[in-house]
Design a protein around this ligand. Structure first.
Ligand code: ADP
Ligand code: ZN
Length: 220
């Protein structure tokens, strides 16, 4: 099964994607995490992508496609994956389709999490992530508080704020979303693959609720 997660930065697609990956027992791939891991390793590729990520701009299509496709060829992806953050442009979506087709696979569903820009900004500035690269659990100072302030529930490491979760970068990432990635909603709608979930920060719907809802929909 191949699932694409769509939505603005900070819409919760990462958290929902991870939960779905547990529920469905398929691998979760976050392109943002993948790119940040290259940056950490500080090799040639990392240097190439660092400035885009830190400025909240998209990594060029060719490079993004190359790195994600390489990841998709790894063993743990043979039963399908949940793709979170990729595709982000129509070009990436088309390339992904071609890639899957040549491996005799296809996208089963594109899940969109809808949230207003105001809610997004509110959420991202409250977002904290575990500093342990092998854990990377995501928290929110309001909705998903760690049990102990500043400490990861899962592994006990310190929580940090992502370099690109500062307000200026968030505004840039939202701009990029509206200019480019929003078109993907239409793209998957046309192919009758779109499943949208409307959210707002006061609705009380948790990421877990959304993941369960999507799983139910898929089993119908
Ligand atoms: P968010 O969805 O919260 O913005 P991600 O972790 O998905 O965060 O992405 C972080 C950054 O990584 C993006 O701002 C962009 O620079 C880069 N990136 C991630 N996925 C892609 C992609 N598919 N194409 C180009 N750049 C990407
Ligand atoms: Zn942790």
């Amino acid at each position: 099964m191949y699932i694409v997660m769509l939505g603005k930065p900070g819409s919760g697609k990462g958290t929902v994607g991870k939960m779905l990956s547990d529920l469905l027992r398929i691998t979760h791939i976050s392109s943002g995490e993948l790119f940040r891991s290259y940056i950490k390793r500080a090799g040639e590729t990392g240097k190439k992508i660092e400035k885009y990520v830190n400025e909240g701009k998209l990594v060029p299509d060719n490079l993004a496609i190359e790195l994600v496709e390489k990841r998709l060829l790894e063993q743990d992806c043979s039963n399908g994956v949940i793709l979170d953050g990729f595709p982000r442009t129509v070009k990436q979506a088309e390339e992904l389709n071609e890639f899957l087709k040549s491996n005799k696979c296809k996208i089963d569903i594109a899940v969109e999490l809808e949230l207003s820009d105001e809610d997004i900004i509110d959420r991202i500035v409250k977002r904290r992530v575990c500093s342990n690269v092998d854990c990377r659990e995501v928290y929110n100072l309001e909705f998903r508080k760690p049990k102990q302030e500043g400490i990861c529930d899962v592994c006990g490491s310190k929580l940090t704020q992502r370099e690109d979760d500062k307000i200026e970068t968030v505004v840039q990432r939202l701009k990029t979303y509206h200019e480019t990635s929003e078109k993907l909603v239409e793209y998957y709608k046309k192919q009758e693959l779109l499943y949208s979930v409307k959210l707002n920060i006061h609705s009380g719907k948790t990421s877990e609720d959304v993941a369960i809802e999507v799983k139910k929909y898929l089993s119908k």
